[in-house]
Design a protein around this ligand. Structure first.
Ligand code: G16
Length: 571
């Protein structure tokens, strides 16, 4: 290749986005993620890398500026490959190489990637860019746009969108509209039409049954679900809380908070006292005040900061909080799909992909009762997505509510053919049509809180199921998740889909002997790929047991893996 004018431009522009010398960042679970003040050069360089990836694949690439569930002061970047999936692992390596090259080595790092991948830099490059609502996102997404431009690429700035919406746009663009129109409007109309087709099959529902409380985590999901509300007409009646008008992003709210703390978010009215706040809230909608009363058993859901995760919950008449996490969501979807496949007499294999965080009860239920194939992968949707692609229908969910369903091309074709087959009728036909609409309501590119919410709402409506009935499909084993601060979390290395620690020496032995002290117990530790902490997970037959085990394992991590700050205290 030749050093073109573009490289001079890259050099010139990169001096406006200088790398703080010595700063080293790693590509984590789903991209770079740290305090926003360290990210300007990363964003510029990811703009360049996306342009190169576009030249390599001859397709449009996506760059999403978000730190998802992290606190407001953080930010990050997620790279999206042509079919809307996360960028391929080899390019994660290039991303790290480019991100960490000192200013004077940037050109050499770029040339290295170009050579290794034999990229024709004179080809056109197209990049879609989106951002979340963080205060730093506007300037950081501008840095991405600058990077694309420096390499002579074209970009389309979608502005404020959810992460899954940008994944969707990239897939639509690269399939020449076959997946849908690459616009936010196209996304709303595809999903809402499918939702309306599905809920047509629900018997008359009262307004109460159509009602859902949505916690938008004070993030982009709240804005987008509100935008979509009109498209859903009367099929779903949402009350949106934590819409960003007052609260702070992800602070005491959102899917990650609700899942990890196992309690409801602030900012959402509910039955009970304390953290639940008041059961009645007055909300302002379209300039009108409306009071909303929350009763035992009412459905609520929480999105995370970029709306790619969702969890459900409710309070029972005794005031107890019940969480329906990603495992419960996967089970509900799997049950629904298997019933439809049976009715449609379609022989398609359904598998569920989980991670080590999956509740032991969910795995047992899916394996023993539902008789589906179960796979366990490392944390990170890229791993689950990949594993799910091996099946006719792959349902993948992390316990934290990040997931979706993938249909193989062959499975989609079979369903399509059956739905259009004039010679069948009755239950079989109905099931085929329902499967067809199910495919349309799902965002197959990545986990999507809005799309998952619509699918769950449709399933509950069609099955005439309450959230309590869904909750009793199986009973979760009590569990606890904790975080431990260590000097360098990379000292922890894991194997067996993160279920066993291979370093530091002695840690796994310590965990093994602690686990033996409790019944139905399991525990593992792993370094987070999004926060500077080590995560500890424990489950046991009682909550006290799970809490005590999590604490004891945290102490083992603290002592054997270089804990910093105060020693972990019992819960
Ligand atoms: C990201 C990933 C998820 C992962 C989560 C936590 O979610 O996309 O797959 O479960 O981080 O990862 P870790 O435990 O490594 O910190 P999000 O919603 O924050 O982008």
């Amino acid at each position: 290749f030749l050093v073109t004018d573009n490289f001079e431009e890259v050099l010139k522009q990169s001096s406006l986005h200088p790398k703080p010398s010595g700063l080293v960042l790693e590509y984590g679970t789903s991209g770079f993620r740290t305090n926003a003040k360290h990210l300007d050069h990363i964003m510029f360089r990811m703009g360049i890398l996306a342009a190169l990836r576009s030249q390599k694949t001859k397709a449009t690439i996506g760059v999403m500026v978000t730190a998802s569930h992290n606190p407001e002061e953080d930010n990050g970047v997620k790279l999206i490959d042509p079919m809307g999936e996360m960028v391929t692992p080899a390019w994660e390596g290039y991303a790290t190489q480019l991100a960490n090259a000192e200013q004077e080595d940037l050109l050499a790092a770029l040339k290295d990637i170009i050579e290794k991948e034999s990229i024709n830099v004179s080809l056109e490059a197209n990049v879609f860019v989106g951002k979340d609502t963080r205060s730093s996102s506007a300037r950081l997404s501008q840095a991405v746009l600058d990077g694309v431009k420096a390499l002579g690429g074209h970009s389309k700035d979608y502005g404020l969108v959810t992460t899954p919406q940008l994944h969707y746009m990239v897939c639509c663009q690269n399939t020449q509209g076959k997946y849908g129109a690459a616009t936010v409007e196209g996304y709303y109309s595809k999903l809402s039409q499918a939702f309306s087709q599905l809920t047509k099959n629900a018997s008359n529902r009262t307004d109460d049954q159509k009602h859902l409380c949505v916690d938008g985590a004070n993030g982009i999901g709240a804005l987008k679900v509100r935008e979509m509300e009109g498209h859903l007409k009367n099929d779903l009646q949402m009350s949106i809380f934590n819409d960003g008008s007052k609260g702070t992003l992800n602070l005491h709210c959102g899917a990650d908070f609700v899942k990890v703390q196992q309690k409801p978010p602030t900012g959402v009215p509910s039955v009970g006292n304390g953290d639940w706040g008041q059961p009645v809230a007055v909300v302002e909608e379209n300039g009108l005040s409306r009071s909303i009363e929350i009763n035992p058993g009412d459905r609520c859901c929480s999105f995370d900061g970029d709306a790619d995760r969702i969890v459900y919950y409710y309070t029972d008449s005794q005031g107890h909080f019940h969480l329906l996490d990603g495992d419960k969501i996967a089970t509900l979807i799997c049950t629904f799909l298997k019933e439809l496949l049976n009715q449609a007499a379609l022989d398609l294999k359904v598998a569920v992909v989980q991670t080590a965080y999956a509740n032991g009860s969910s795995t047992r239920y899916l394996e023993d009762v539902m008789k589906v194939i179960i796979k366990c992968t490392k944390t990170g949707v890229k791993h689950l997505h990949h594993a799910a692609q091996e099946f006719d229908i792959g349902v993948y969910f992390e316990a934290n509510g990040h997931g979706t369903v993938l249909f193989s091309k062959a499975a989609e074709e079979k369903i399509q053919q059956l739905a259009e087959d004039g010679s069948i009728s009755g239950e079989r036909k109905k099931a085929a049509l329902l499967l067809q609409s199910t495919i349309s309501v799902i965002n197959q590119t990545v986990g999507d809180a809005i799309s998952d919410m619509l699918l769950i709402e449709a399933i509950l409506a069609i099955k005439g199921m309450t959230v309590q009935q869904w909750d009793t499909i199986y009973t979760d084993l009590p569990n606890r998740q904790l975080k431990v601060k260590v000097a360098d979390r990379r000292v922890i290395d894991t194997t067996d889909a993160e279920r066993r620690a291979v370093s530091p020496a002695g840690l796994q032995d310590a965990i093994d002997s602690l686990v033996k002290k409790y019944r139905q117990a399991r525990s593992f530790v792993r370094p987070s790929g999004t926060e500077d902490v080590v995560r500890v997970y424990a489950e046991a037959d009682t909550q006290e047991g799970a809490d005590a085990l999590a604490h004891e394992v945290s102490l083992a991590v603290y002592r054997l893996a270089g804990g910093v700050g105060d020693e972990p205290q019992p819960l």
